[in-house]
Design a protein around this ligand. Structure first.
Ligand SMILES: CC(C)(COP(=O)(O)OP(=O)(O)OC[C@H]1O[C@@H](n2cnc3c(N)ncnc32)[C@H](O)[C@@H]1OP(=O)(O)O)[C@@H](O)C(=O)NCCC(=O)NCCSC(=O)/C=C/CCCCCCCCCCCCC(=O)O
Length: 713
């Protein structure tokens, strides 16, 4: 856990708790006793604290957070204070990615050394808590308010060089950190120790503090969208302007407030959910799971289609060091894509992709030898089936064929080939090189090897792969679609697009559904509705009631906009209007007139609709659908659904995701009651009928977390 050794007059305490040296209770205990021994040993003049293996330490053990263990002595706080109070100089030697509590230990030490490849960060606000243990008090004294605010409130990591420039490190070294740290520790003089205690320093630039803090507060109010940790952390940093002990008390007070908040619990859940989804199984056949599966080795990938998605996918693959054959029948489109890809990679790595790594071609037969193909052509079932037939003919029979469809039937696409076991959905989210989610969809015949390979590919390219079953829209779009459906009903009943967007943005989404629709392009879903027979390019299908389709209430408002060519930002008009070259959504009188006339034509009585009703009506049907998805065995567990929404649809992370939010914030009983209430008002919408799983769980008074713990392997 922690090993102690002496090198002449230097005692070295090395954390050894693989894989990430997290500071659980055992590690803390051993570090504390190592420190005490070193302090008592007359032969020891200085002390080095460092880590073995991958990293110095990834910080506190987050698995302890929900338990009492975090308060067992020595707590992290006691350990950090013991380091700070040491009567012999302590040098912390950092390597790997050092986070949270690791930075707290470094700040309390008297000297800080790092390997040149090290990174340092304070991700606590991402877990809904504060960097306590004196970090908010020592860091500003060391690096100034501005850098401290940036590090603490963003949670982003700094490179060793950046940390050195900021004053966080005393020295950056290359190679043999142990030897260099011991050499450094030998050179430091105990007589200078008092001056090295950061707690005795004052914050540099304190005269400009108000300006810095005001500017940070304004930015954070806008950015945090309801998350309380960043603004609370700012208050703790502000307290660093007070005497050290007073600031420490304030830090502890604010730390306790966040520690017990529901948002901290939700963010902790989100942290582990992202890691849990890699432990997938197929609910209807638990023998098919991550343990029994062996992925194929993927070295080269073909990408078919060089549109926006194809380009983003290609960038992700190249960045991970895979060979890519980008295929597109339209030469001009292909050339444009290659130049976009090169520009994007130059910006990131300072170098063009190696010519060997990216081959661009208009010739399908060049895909013959790749290990896996990702098809990213236009979202049209007939076209995809034709493309898969061609791919089946030209590629090696062992090649996996993946489709980037966002909701079409995987089984129908697979049926166009002679290798349905090697066909899978790999649904990337736009922009594909930025968004971290990869929704992987297995069909009826997809083999376990194919599933494992798609999941492995996700990890290789730095995405979080979530495995789901095949149904229209899969998990993400199937649930998300209901949110938009209700949003339009709200317009019919009296809300304006900006009212709906504002309510959901206040809930924590970066953008409400109408702004998202304008950004993505309303035509995408319009075409899908046309394909599904819900509408036509000229209005409702013949003999179809305007407000009722396929057994459910239907709003034609989005179709009406599309029929006018209002597809959103790209056409300068959608649910809002846009000035040329601008992305700012401006309310549009024409849209208001269209909605108003529609209300009059169909006898809707306009009424005031509260933000609460908007949020509930947009989110509760979506959550109810999540329960149906679990019931139908289309997702391994609620974590999978939550991760899809957190990483793919901008669901506010501090609420944990739709299923967590329903379970722990709304409460399943309350959710059921609300669904029943809205169902009574809106009997023609099947999405208000509560799922039987929800009913059962609400009746039993059980929770999704208990259900998930029992079902996950
Ligand atoms: C970048 C990483 C470090 C590594 O990434 P990667 O290599 O891809 O590995 P992963 O797959 O992510 O992780 C591998 C497994 O390790 C698990 N893991 C990772 N980090 C932790 C962790 N910190 N704790 C536990 N487990 C961890 C992960 O789940 C994987 O497990 P598995 O394979 O799935 O089983 C990456 O991992 C990463 O970014 N990790 C994040 C680490 C992090 O967030 N660190 C900061 C933790 S918070 C902290 O350190 C805070 C310290 C100060 C407060 C301490 C709390 C005290 C109680 C407060 C009481 C109230 C206040 C009172 C005030 C007072 O008195 O002071």
């Amino acid at each position: 856990m922690a090993e102690c050794a002496t090198y002449g007059t230097v005692a070295v305490l090395q954390i050894n708790n693989p894989p990430l040296n997290v500071l659980g209770h055992d590690v803390r205990s051993q570090l504390m006793s190592g420190l005490q021994q070193a302090l008592q040993d007359k032969a020891v003049c200085s002390i080095v604290i460092m880590g073995k293996g991958q990293t110095f330490t990834a910080g506190a053990d987050v698995k302890e957070f929900g338990t009492e263990k975090v308060f067992w002595e020595p707590t992290l706080h006691s350990l950090v204070e013991a380091v700070s109070a040491s009567t012999k100089p302590v040098v912390t030697a950092i390597h790997g990615t050092t986070l949270g509590g690791g930075v707290a230990l470094a700040l309390a030490s008297h000297y800080r050394l790092a390997d040149s490849s090290a990174k340092m960060g304070l991700p606590e606000v991402q877990l809904g808590i504060l960097p306590t243990c004196g970090v908010t008090q020592r860091l500003p004294r060391l690096v100034g308010l501005q850098t401290a605010v940036r590090m603490v409130t963003s949670g982003q990591t700094q490179s060793a060089q950046q940390a050195l420039t900021a004053g966080l490190l005393d020295k950056v070294v290359t190679d043999d950190l142990l030897k260099k740290a011991v050499g450094f520790a030998r050179s430091v003089d105990v007589r200078g120790l008092e001056a090295r205690r950061v707690s005795s320093w004052t914050v540099p630039g304190a005269d400009r503090a108000e300006d810095v803090l005001d500017a940070a507060r304004k930015t954070l109010v806008r950015r945090s969208r309801g998350a309380i940790a960043p603004l609370t952390a700012l208050q703790a940093i502000q307290a660093s302007l007070l005497p050290f002990e007073t600031g420490m008390k304030r830090e502890a007070e604010l730390g306790r407030y966040l520690w017990t908040s529901w948002q901290a619990a939700a963010l902790r859940y989100a942290f582990f959910a992202e890691r849990t989804v890699k432990r997938w199984h197929i609910p209807r056949n638990k023998n098919v799971n991550y343990r029994t599966a062996e992925p194929m080795d993927i070295k080269s990938v073909g990408v078919l289609g060089a549109g926006t998605m194809g380009v983003g996918i290609t960038i992700s693959l190249l960045q991970a060091g895979l060979k890519v054959v980008l295929t597109e029948v339209n030469k001009a489109q292909l050339d444009k894509a290659v130049s976009l890809i090169q520009r994007s990679l130059e910006g990131k790595s300072g170098g063009k992709p190696q010519p060997m790594q990216l081959r661009a071609t208009t010739d399908y037969s060049q895909l013959r030898e790749v290990d896996l193909v990702i098809e990213a052509v236009f979202e049209d079932l007939a076209l995809k089936k034709k493309v898969f037939q061609q791919l089946d003919a030209v590629t090696n029979p062992r090649t996996i064929l993946a489709t980037n469809t966002s909701g079409l039937d995987i089984d129908q696409i697979a049926a166009a080939t002679q290798r349905p076991d090697k066909v899978i959905g790999t649904h990337f989210f736009s922009p594909a090189h930025v968004m971290r989610l990869l929704e992987n969809i297995y069909g009826r015949h997809t083999s376990v090897e194919t599933i494992a390979t798609a999941m492995q590919l996700g990890a290789t390219i730095g995405k979080v792969g979530v495995l789901v079953g095949n149904c229209p829209g899969f998990v993400g779009n199937r649930m998300k679609g209901l949110n938009f459906t209700e949003a339009m009903f709200l317009l019919e009943e009296g809300a304006e697009p900006q009212d709906v967007d504002k309510a959901l943005e206040e809930f924590g989404f970066a953008m409400g559904p109408f702004r998202v629709s304008d950004l993505a392009g309303g035509d995408v879903h319009w075409r899908r509705r046309i394909q599904a027979g819900l509408t036509t390019e000229h209005g409702p299908p013949p003999y179809t009631p305007v407000l009722y389709r396929q057994g459910n209430r239907y709003s034609p408002l989005a179709d009406m906009l599309c029929m006018q060519g209002r597809f959103g930002q790209k056409t300068g008009a959608g649910w809002y209007r846009y000035k040329s070259g601008s992305r700012t959504a401006l309310p549009d009188a024409e849209v208001h007139r269209l909605i108003h006339k529609h209300r009059q034509d169909h006898g809707f009585q306009r009424r005031n609709i509260s933000s609460q009703e908007i949020v509930e009506r947009c989110l509760f049907p979506l959550i109810n659908e999540g329960f149906r998805i679990l019931e139908e065995g289309l997702a391994t567990g609620p974590q999978d659904i939550d991760v899809i929404f957190l990483l793919g649809f901008g669901w506010p992370r501090h609420t944990g995701g739709p299923m967590y939010y329903a379970d722990k914030v709304v409460g399943l009983g309350n959710l059921l009651q609300s669904l029943e209430k809205y169902r009574a008002y809106h009997p023609r919408s099947a999405h208000w009928v509560p799922s039987s799983l929800l009913r059962k769980m609400a009746a039993q008074g059980t929770s999704l977390s208990i259900w998930a713990a029992g079902s996950r392997l």
